[in-house]
Ligand binder design. Structure first.
Ligand code: NAD
Ligand code: UDP
Length: 317
């Protein structure tokens, strides 16, 4: 039985990870400051005697004895990470430094949740891990993008200088049940709007693309990466099926049978025009590729929001 720390464990991805690690027979310590996470995501785990919840902010020191750290603490939605940008970058710089210090002291392996945002508005397409990116250092997304880039630098320097056992995964847009309904990301926005019969808000002309990975596939990649030998990454984890946002909106309308109309709103500053992972490295090194088809993952996510909102659209199927 391993003792595993999951920071950001009450968030969307973190709560799925805590559940999976417990199911695999580990002891899990979930640390969260509840900025974007919620108790609801982990309430069903609280009775498990191998699960422990600590309300803590990773920008402050933390002393624990653990074997592994999955460092996920950081708001992920542009609306949330831009709410308090100074706090966002502190979470990636001070928070990651604290977690690396902890990993160094107890000789734990640490996996950092990095992001496709390190590629910025990419000029190389699809994105390989060797691409250095095209990031605006002074824009409204920089607190997140540059924060995550510094986090990767800190990981590499603790590895080279102090021999800390590290793993870096670059996560591409991930979706699934337990996303916060108000977090402003495209998947939750479009599904909630469609279920409520509200207008679907496409930013810009909707020609910008994203590639969506279902959460269970991502978690599988995390665990393979954490337990891999002689491979520190960075490695892309994402689903290479690329969709223009306008087509994504049409698909959500079709899947929900909604009468919602598509409206266009201004494109946010520095919104990347295209994003698609090259996952050759993940397949070679981890034997990983996503299994869940977009349509199937979206139906599971729609059912989740339908039940949560009490819109009862899925009862019609
Ligand atoms: P989320 O916002 O649902 O979860 C983040 C969690 O971290 C929340 O529970 C929040 O309360 C907690 N948190 C934030 N700042 C903290 C701090 N200073 N101390 C302690 N806890 C803190 O987001 P998510 O989608 O689950 O993302 C998890 C991680 O994966 C993040 O690091 C994010 O950058 C990364 N990521 C996610 C995606 C995606 O598509 N979901 C894509 C790329 C990277
Ligand atoms: N988007 C949109 N309507 C929304 C929310 C987002 O058109 O209501 C677009 C956004 O401009 C971006 C894409 O969808 O081009 C993905 O946005 P999200 O915030 O989910 O994540 P990002 O990949 O930009 O971090």
């Amino acid at each position: 039985m391993k003792k595993i720390l999951v920071t950001g464990g009450a968030g969307f991805i973190g709560s799925h990870l805590c559940e999976r690690l417990l199911n695999e027979g580990n002891e899990v310590i979930c640390v969260d400051n509840f900025f974007t996470g919620s108790k609801e995501n982990i309430i069903h785990l609280l009775e498990n005697k191998y699960f422990e919840l600590i309300r803590h902010d990773i920008t402050h020191h933390l002393l624990l004895e653990i074997d592994q750290i999955y460092n996920l603490a950081c708001p992920a939605s542009p609306v949330h990470y831009q709410y308090n940008p100074i706090k966002t970058i502190k979470t990636s710089v001070l928070g990651v430094t604290n977690m690396l210090g902890l990993a160094k002291r107890v000789k734990a392996t640490i996996l950092q949740a990095s992001t496709s945002e390190v590629y910025g508005d990419p000029k190389e397409h699809p994105q390989k891990e060797t691409y250095w990116g095209n990031v605006n250092p002074i824009g409204i997304r920089s607190c997140y993008d540059e924060g995550k880039r510094v986090a990767e630098t800190l990981m590499m320097d603790y590895h080279r200088q102090n021999n800390v056992d590290i793993k870096i995964v670059r996560i591409f847009n991930t979706y699934g049940p337990k996303m916060a309904e108000n977090d402003g990301r495209v998947v939750s926005n479009f599904i909630v709007q469609a279920l409520k019969g509200e207008d679907i808000t496409v930013y810009g002309d909707g020609s910008q693309t994203r590639s969506f990975c279902y959460v269970s596939d991502l978690i599988d990649g995390f665990i393979r990466m954490m337990n891999s030998k002689d491979f520190i990454g960075p490695v892309n984890l994402g689903n290479p099926v690329e969709t223009p946002i306008i087509e994504f909106a049409e698909r959500i309308i079709k899947l929900t049978g909604s009468k919602s109309k598509i409206i266009h709103m201004p494109l946010p500053q520095d919104d990347p025009t295209q994003r698609k992972p090259d996952i050759t490295l993940a397949t070679e090194k981890l034997g990983w590729k996503p299994e869940v088809k977009l349509e199937d993952g979206l139906m599971k996510t729609i059912e989740y929001f339908d039940e949560k909102l009490g819109t009862c659209i899925c009862e019609k199927y």
